[in-house]
Design a protein around this ligand. Sequence first.
Ligand SMILES: Cc1cc2nc3c(=O)[nH]c(=O)nc-3n(C[C@H](O)[C@H](O)[C@H](O)COP(=O)(O)OP(=O)(O)OC[C@H]3O[C@@H](n4cnc5c(N)ncnc54)[C@H](O)[C@@H]3O)c2cc1C
Length: 357
Amino acid sequence: MEMFDVAIVGGGPAGSVCAALCATAGLRTVLIEREKFPREKVCGDCLNPECWPILRRLAIDQRVRESPHATLASVAFIGLHDRCMEIELPQGEDAEITIKRSVFDALLLDRARQLGAEIRETSTLISLEKANDDWKLTIADAFACRAQVLVAADGRNSTVARLCGLLPRIGKERVALQAHIPLPRDFGNKVVLQLLPGGYSGQAPVSESELNLCLVGKPKSIRTLQRWATERFALSAGQQWRTITPLTRAAVPPARGNLLFAGDAARVVEPFTGEGIFYALRSGELAATAATRIVQENSPDAGAEYAAEHTAMYRGRLWINALARSGVVSPKLGSILLDFASFQPALLRFLTRKIVR
Ligand SMILES: Cc1cc2nc3c(=O)[nH]c(=O)nc-3n(C[C@H](O)[C@H](O)[C@H](O)COP(=O)(O)OP(=O)(O)OC[C@H]3O[C@@H](n4cnc5c(N)ncnc54)[C@H](O)[C@@H]3O)c2cc1C
């Protein structure tokens, strides 16, 4: 059975960055991904400006800029009674952009492959065993391998966390729907975050011809939200939607010996603030450093240090995410906050700049 230094489960932003950097550090690296890329996924497709330094470190920032994308000039918040407040976003080289996940994630996965990681697509992890101190992974297509370090980058419903009995129980949860639809004329270069009875919608152009449309709500409201979107954007009855749940769950401890969690597998944030990809990229980088130290230095502290850096990454940011979550879980409260902000626009500008910086 083939032996690797590190096995990474999941080829989203967290897994690909981790694989790229582990391979660069000289580790024998395998990445296991259940889908065949390019693939879409439920996401608002917005890249927080803080992603740019990471993309530069990976030397793929130019590839991202050359791919179809849209640059966002502003964010428009719309309340239940159609009160709209528009806040300008920072411009320049590190502006916030939107890019389809089929494009962005494939660029990252290709970069990991180019740097020497072995990429196994259409391979679903189905079982895990600890043998001596190594991990034995079994994949649905009958491939099996062993690895000294295991990185779970397999998203919010992490199979690794489930197989290790670490996946938190999920209460009554919300559902998200997403589609790419024709871009309405005169939509403009803005992201729209709109509170609606029973949930919210995010809308942003992703190219010259397509709009990313997301709907988030409780299961009992999601059909109403879908009807609203069908009418608002004149969608056909056959419109295809992607779906995902949960939107909220407890965090998983990011390190347990030679098992590391990165991206959504470790912590899920409210998508309203559009930061999940940044956390995935950054935690992928940090996990790669920890994996390298475990393999090359046999460091007993690498896991604990990763956990500390992982916690620090969220410090001072989670309160805004929690505030946004209260406003969208209860759109009436969200609208009241928006009404208040219309008298204090500096406050909304301050909160937006804390996230988009
Ligand atoms: C409605 C919505 C809108 C959002 N909008 C934004 C936004 O605009 N901007 C932003 O920054 N973030 C946004 N997010 C969050 C963002 O999508 C995630 O934070 C991000 O995708 C996390 O990346 P990841 O690499 O951790 O996981 P993922 O991107 O989920 O990747 C996990 C990968 O693991 C693979 N996988 C899963 N199980 C297995 C298995 N058993 N075996 C092998 N492979 C497996 C999956 O196929 C997948 O490719 C949004 C989320 C939602 C729900």
